[in-house]
Design a protein. Structure first.
Length: 162
């Protein structure tokens, strides 16, 4: 009796464990790097927006006693070109507004030693550019804002006497 040759035993399958672990580790590293970049970008954006908001918060400064006369000349200025909607505070209460061509100025007299001021300029057309707004009290610049784009808002709190 003749026997047929016995086939060799099958070769053991190569293990893909190393490849699978490598792929999983690679995906985890990519996710971690992506999250890190995302957190950094969010922090950068938040700091930028916070600084923009802080630049527009009211500030107050006490003047030397000689400048605390009870009557102050306030001058609002908005630089730019085109038509804008302008709003401004009267100083001791109330606001006024108008549509006007830029550049624009408004002068008021406030008979008080403690008051809040505001001027805002909102572009009325696509060709309007608002370059800056300023608040001057008795000829001295107290606030200036140069927006990167769009509207400009200047606020200032005047504290002459406690």
């Amino acid at each position: 009796m003749t026997y047929a040759p016995v086939p060799p035993p099958p070769t053991p399958k190569k293990s893909n464990t190393g490849l699978i672990i490598g792929i999983i580790l690679g995906v985890v590293v990519l996710v971690c790097v992506g999250c890190g970049v995302g957190v950094w970008a969010l922090g950068w954006w938040a700091e930028k927006k916070t600084n923009e908001i802080l630049d527009q918060l009211p500030t107050g400064e006490a003047l030397p006693p000689a400048a605390q006369a009870g009557s102050h000349t306030v001058r609002y200025e908005v630089e730019g070109s085109g038509e804008a909607l302008l709003n401004w505070a009267r100083g001791t209460g109330g606001q006024d507004s108008e549509n006007a061509q830029l550049p624009w100025t408004k002068e008021i007299v406030v008979n008080d030693d403690n008051f809040g001021l505001l001027v805002s300029a909102v572009p009325r057309g696509k060709d309007t550019t608002v370059k800056s707004c300023r608040i001057l009290i008795d000829g001295q610049e107290r606030k200036k804002v140069e927006p990167k784009s769009g509207a400009a808002i200047c606020t200032f709190t005047f504290v002459g006497k406690p």
